[in-house]
Design a protein around this ligand. Structure first.
Ligand SMILES: Cc1cc2nc3c(=O)[nH]c(=O)nc-3n(C[C@H](O)[C@H](O)[C@H](O)COP(=O)(O)OP(=O)(O)OC[C@H]3O[C@@H](n4cnc5c(N)ncnc54)[C@H](O)[C@@H]3O)c2cc1C
Length: 283
């Protein structure tokens, strides 16, 4: 398919991009891996594309307090190559390794993935599990939105049309936490049919805290409340009971890859495996 005609401009700065957004009927393009397919299918028909892919200001990963700041224009490859991310947030590495193929990881950006908010994408669940904050900018100001309020429904976020995702800030992970990402993915693309991210702390062999998030299941990635996991030893039987309702808050997707019933089953299995793997890694 061929997209409808559009104007194209390369932003020279973030300010330049924000000015263009303020005029309306304009889309940012970073790596183009989600936007260009949407345009080719004519699901998106912006009059103007403003290319932010070359803006160094939007790239990079650095320590911020005891956490980390990630520029929205950082590619998945940038995440995988970062010693800071490897050391503090191995969950990001585990999930990113499963995203698409080498080309997608080399060109696709974390900001583009989060802004696109595909219900089957991996990074929203990871950001929810790590308690990320999204820092947004527009011509008229700046504001921050927590990940739990950012992803609203399929392809819809809390961002306004005139806003740009500037960076993502992650707090320090809980001390000695174990983290894991388990995805039942579509073999062709890597997108999640159902996937779970878990961050777990323990005392001796007992789970003392858990954050569990899921993606691919419903219309958006979400935090699953699983209070009965705390106090268990993460044994199969204990978790089967504690995770039985993990997809119940969602209208579970049904498509050519999985019926709703099967997808809900995969969600429970992914959640159990992620918690058990995270428990095994907790210090
Ligand atoms: C073959 C293939 C396989 C894939 N497999 C997976 C997978 O396994 N798991 C997965 O999670 N994803 C997968 N993806 C999706 C991929 O993660 C996204 O396409 C990519 O992250 C989008 O980033 P981008 O820089 O290319 O964004 P673009 O396509 O340039 O932009 C996407 C959207 O985000 C907006 N945008 C971009 N940057 C910003 C910003 N800084 N602020 C505000 N809005 C912005 C754009 O306007 C557009 O609406 C796959 C994609 C392809 C093509």
């Amino acid at each position: 398919m061929i997209p409808v005609g559009f104007e194209y401009a390369k932003a020279k700065s973030v300010k330049d991009a924000l000015n263009a957004l303020a005029l309306g009927d304009c889309k940012l393009v970073a790596g183009g891996h989600s936007l260009l397919p949407m345009m080719k299918f004519r699901l998106a028909q912006p009059a103007k594309l403003v290319d932010i892919g070359g803006l160094e200001e939007l790239k990079g990963i650095e320590a911020k307090g005891r956490g980390v700041r990630i520029g929205a224009g950082t590619t998945y490859r940038g995440l995988l190559d970062s010693a800071l991310i490897k050391e503090k947030y191995p969950l990001i590495i585990e999930a990113t390794n499963g995203i698409g193929d080498t080309q997608v990881r080399n060109r696709g950006t974390i900001g583009g993935g989060l802004a696109h908010a595909d219900p089957a994408s991996d990074m929203p669940a990871v950001m929810l599990a790590l308690g990320a904050t999204m820092n947004l900018r527009s011509k008229t100001g700046k504001r921050s939105v927590e990940a739990k309020d950012f992803f609203q429904s399929a392809f819809v976020t809390a961002m306004r049309d005139d806003e740009l995702l500037y960076d993502i800030v992650l707090p320090a992970p809980p001390k000695k936490a174990g983290m894991a990402y388990v995805s039942f993915e579509q073999k062709a693309s890597g997108y999640a049919i159902a996937a779970a991210a878990a961050v777990v702390t323990k005392s001796r062999k007992t789970i003392t805290a858990v954050t569990l998030t899921l993606t691919g299941v419903g219309e958006r990635s979400y935090i699953a409340e699983v209070p009965d996991v705390v106090g268990t030893h993460g044994e199969d039987g204990e978790l089967d009971a504690a995770l039985s309702a993990v997809a119940d808050s969602q209208i579970v997707n049904s498509d050519i890859h999985a019926t709703a019933e099967y997808r809900a089953h995969l969600a429970r299995v992914a959640a159990k495996r992620a918690i058990q793997a995270a428990l095994g890694r907790a210090g």
